[in-house]
Write a protein of this length. Structure first.
Length: 268
């Protein structure tokens, strides 16, 4: 039932649309009159006729107090929800038999450190490392880790990489054979072949380690050391130490007493 209070109607506003009752239109677009404003019985608020026309539920419901004037607010056709006591009164199955005995897990499962079918336990027979040729458009530490089944930390350790970002100048990455047992690189082979790429990589590493920019000198030391990077580096450092302990005379000639063919080759 709508209640009209003319004494406060001039200053009251609708509690849903916040419009003054004096400014609320009284006719719809179809020129039908809106219902009368409803003053709520539960609280000192009013709902304008336009809001009641847009939402007929406001005829019997207060949106603030959430109180309805009718007993059942459910739409017709719906049933009341079940009571909480229904679950407690339901019959329950009682199991009198003891639980099954504990059985150990089968031993034919994969080891924890075996990531996929291409990897094997660490204590298996060692396999030679594999050289992966990088394609910087697609390759990253995470993608190579998933592709070869090698932990990302082991890839960084094997290649002396401090982060997951690969330097654009890097052409190859070593895949540790300790984890990858496939033995075959999953990257496309270069035109010159894998062995040639390994040889060039050793030459570049020797030049960086010894701080020598002459390609011929690096090639000479590595050829005489059988492309053993550590041996070639030690030989060069030994020659450098010998030159410091045996300085040249004023004419630019070294003191006789050591085979200086390598040093003479380097001075050309």
């Amino acid at each position: 039932m709508a209640i009209i209070k003319p004494s406060v109607a001039s200053t009251a506003s609708c509690c849903t649309c916040a419009m003054l009752l004096t400014e609320v239109p009284r006719f719809s677009k179809s020129e039908k009159p809106f219902p009368q404003d409803r003053w709520l019985e539960c609280c000192p608020r009013v709902i304008c006729g336009r809001c009641i026309y847009d939402n007929p539920r406001f005829n019997s419901y207060c949106p603030y107090c959430q109180i309805s004037n009718i007993d059942n607010i459910l739409p017709p056709g719906l049933k009341d929800p079940p009571s909480y006591d229904a679950a407690s009164t339901a019959t329950r199955t009682v199991y009198n038999s003891p639980p099954p005995p504990y059985a150990p897990a089968p031993t034919d499962h994969k080891p924890l450190n075996c990531i996929n079918e291409k990897t094997a336990p660490i204590d298996d027979e060692p396999v030679e490392d594999v050289l992966h040729f990088l394609d910087h458009t697609y390759d990253s530490i995470n993608s190579l880790s998933l592709r070869y089944g090698v932990p990302a930390s082991e890839l960084r350790r094997a290649n002396n990489i401090a982060s997951d970002h690969l330097i654009a100048g890097r052409r190859t990455v070593i895949i540790p054979g300790q984890y990858y047992k496939g033995g075959v690189s999953l990257s496309p082979r270069p035109i010159e072949g894998e062995e040639e790429e390994k040889r060039k990589a050793k030459i570049r590493r020797w030049m960086v380690a010894c701080k020598v920019h002459e390609y011929d000198i690096a090639l000479l030391y590595l050829q005489q050391a059988g492309y053993d990077l550590e041996l070639a580096t030690n030989e060069y450092l030994a020659d450098e130490e010998w030159e410091r302990t045996h300085p040249a005379d004023k004419r630019g000639k070294t003191i006789i007493g050591r085979d200086n063919s390598l040093r003479a080759k380097r001075r050309r």
